[in-house]
Structures are given as C-alpha cells and as structure tokens.
Design a protein around this ligand. Structure first.
Ligand code: BEZ
Length: 394
C-alpha cells in the first residue's frame, strides 16, 4: 500500500474511534473521575481580597485531599464578578451553560449571590455560597440545590445588637452601604438592640461601594449617640475606621459592627482599629485543634494568616466533599449528594457546625476585640445561633 493511502486510513480509523467514543455513554466509574467547580468571586474592587481568601481556603482543602474529592479530580473555571449585580446573571450563566460546571461556588456580595441563586435553581446546579449573607438565600429562596458555608446577615448583626445592649448602651446610630447585606445587618442589629430596651436614633446609608463618609461622621457627632453600629467590609471598611478615628469619634462614641469590619482589614487601618469590638462566627485565638492545623497549613501555603473568608472557602470545599463521599465522587447523583451535604457535620476551624433545615450554618457568634492585627476572641455573644429562615419552604 502507498504511504499516503496508509496515512489516510490511519486518520480515518482515528476519527471513527473518537466519534464512537463520544457516542458511548460514560460508565459510572468514568463519570466519577472529575468534578468541575465554577468559582465566581470578586478579583477586583473593594471585595477583591475577600475573593482571594475564599479561593485560597477552598483550594487549600482540595489540595490537602490530593486534588481529588472522593476520587473525583477537581477542575476549576473562574470568573471575576467585580461585586457587580448588573453583570451577575450573565457571569453565572457563563459558568453554568458555557463552562458546564457541576457545582457553582460564590460569592461575596449579597446582590450578586441572589442573581446566582436564580441561575443555579433554573439549571438545577448545586450552589454553595462561601460568604454572601443575603437572608433570602436561606430564607424565601431556600432550595435543595443551595448551601451556605458562611452566615446570614442577620446572625452576626443580631449577636452584636445583643452584646451592645449588654454593654450598657441605650441609644445608637447606624450606618451602612445601602444594599441587601447592609440593610439586613442593620435590621438584625436593631432587632436585638431594641428587644433589649435600646433606642435607634437614626439609620443612615450611602450607596455601595462609596467611601465618602465625612457627612455621616459630622451627623454622628451632632446626634451624640451612646454607640454606633456599622456594616462595612474589605477596602471600604479600612477607610471608614481610619476616617472615624480621624474625626475624633473613636474615643468618644464606641463603634460596633459585624466582624467583617475588622477581618482581614486591621493592617490597612494602621492602628485605627485597635480595641474595636465586633461579633462574628470566627476569631483569632480559638482553642481548637482544627483551627491550629488550618492556620499553620494556610500560613505555610500562602505566607499569611487566614481570616473568616478563608475559613468559609475551606468549609465550602468540606461541604462538597461530604456530598461527594456519599456518591463515590459521582457528582451527577445530585439528590443523594445533596442529602449528604445537608446532613453533614463540618469540622470547621471556627468550631464544628451543622446546617439548619434551610442549609445555613448553626454556629456560635464570638465576641472579638481587635489587638494589633488580630481579632482576639473575648467571649461568645450568641451560642449555636440559627437563622430564623423566614419564608423558607423546602
Ligand atoms: C455581603 O454582601 O453579603 C457581604 C459582603 C462582605 C462581607 C460580608 C457580607
């Protein structure tokens, strides 16, 4: 046979084999050999560092398992969501439809996560939220496919309101970015504070992610409340605390917040955050072996200490692993996998937790005090706090 005829025949045979291979259904063993995770997180903007910490935490856990969860190799597709709700549906669709991810993981911003939840639900994609606290995610939008490894906005805010009242304050002014997370945090804080007999003098807000705080600081000084409660996070939080101190308010009007104000931001505050009291489901100096191991592994891999966002990323991977274990890594067995995720007990660096029937962590809310670059645990503001999950029907 002529050389070119032989080459042509070999090419034809190869094409036939590849075509046949594509038509033959994958066996269970083959199907189980990978899981594609879509990481939709901010890589730019005021929440960029939070997105990086979540990614680091998620990948640390997967790498500790040798890159596989229950035998399935983990592959990633990523999108920078820019914390922009107007781009959220398109970004989520890109991961689910174009990249065909098996599991969607994201994000930081509540408004973006609410749009992701709708996309995930419409495509029956398993969705794990590693930060965004929007109460509705595990409230009116609760769903078999949706899990949260973080918190609801109500949880740390409610705990802080309770603690602020216990510290003897009678009047408060609140300030936040005007979007779901801030509005819900203020609502949770005010609920606990007023239940305990406190009075809210004024709720104030500015658009996300604006950082022109001066007019609000002037008004706080004029209103003279016993204390101030705010919700800010990331780069904006560091700027707010620096401005609060520069306005001379830090020593006259105690400032409280959900712990996002000071988690991962104390260094950027350059000392202005020293002594701030916050409530959160993670703290520095927790006395549990899991946290010690996690912190040294994180520091060895990334050259810095982890924060709450890293913990939430790590635990998102743990929740997924619990599900995949129940189906031998076969992510296509959605119902069985989700049942195991819902029932999992997660050995978290924050302390072990389980998920509520609405798939939100039931967890302790620590009271913390900023010392140097750490948020040192000084007590428990609310023990095993479960979100009320208003409107959840599953
Ligand atoms: C949120 O949008 O839900 C959020 C953002 C940053 C920190 C905490 C919550």
């Amino acid at each position: 046979m002529h050389q070119t005829q032989r080459t042509r025949r070999t090419v034809m045979r190869t094409i036939a084999a590849l075509t046949l291979g594509a038509l033959v259904p994958l066996s269970a063993a083959q199907a189980a050999d990978k899981v594609k995770v879509g990481l939709m997180l901010p890589a730019t903007g005021t929440f960029a560092a939070l997105g990086t910490a979540i990614t680091n935490g998620f990948k640390l856990y997967v790498d500790e398992q040798g890159g596989k969860l229950a035998g399935a190799t983990v592959e990633y597709a990523t999108v920078d969501d820019e914390s922009d709700p107007s781009k959220a549906t398109e970004n989520a669709n890109r991961l689910v439809t174009r990249d065909r991810v098996d599991v969607l993981v994201g994000t930081v911003h509540s408004g973006v996560a609410l749009a992701m939840a709708r996309v995930a639900k419409s495509r029956d994609t398993t969705f794990i939220v590693p930060n965004a606290g929007a109460d509705d995610l595990t409230g009116s939008l609760c769903s078999q496919n949706l899990f949260r490894s973080s918190f609801s906005n109500w949880q740390p805010a409610y705990a802080m309101g309770k603690a602020a009242a216990e510290r003897g304050h009678k009047t408060v002014v609140t300030l936040t970015w005007n979007y779901a997370a801030g509005q819900e945090a203020v609502k949770g804080f005010n609920q606990a504070f007023t239940e305990a007999g406190g009075k809210v003098l004024k709720d104030m807000a500015l658009p996300f992610p604006n950082v022109e705080f001066q007019p609000f600081l002037t008004e706080i000084a004029a209103l003279k409340p016993d204390a101030v409660y705010v919700f800010f996070a990331g780069g904006g939080a560091a700027k707010f605390v620096r401005d609060y101190a520069a306005a001379g308010l830090k020593d006259s009007v105690p400032l409280y917040s959900s712990g996002f104000l000071t988690d991962g931001t104390l260094k950027a505050m350059g000392g202005a955050g020293e002594g701030l009291i916050t409530a959160l489901h993670y703290a520095d100096g927790l006395d549990n072996p899991k946290d010690k191991a996690f912190r040294s592994a994180y520091a060895a891999k990334y050259g810095m200490q982890p924060d709450v966002y890293a913990v939430q990323g790590y635990d998102a991977a743990q929740i997924l692993h619990a599900g995949l274990k129940a189906v031998n890594g076969d992510v296509k067995k959605k119902a069985e996998m989700r049942k195991a995720m819902a029932a999992a007990r997660i050995d978290s660096p924050r302390g072990a937790f389980t998920l509520s029937p609405a798939h939100n962590p039931v967890q302790d809310m620590y009271l913390r005090k900023a010392e140097g670059e750490e948020n040192k645990v000084i007590g428990v503001a609310a023990k095993a706090l479960a979100d009320p999950a208003a409107g959840c029907a599953m």
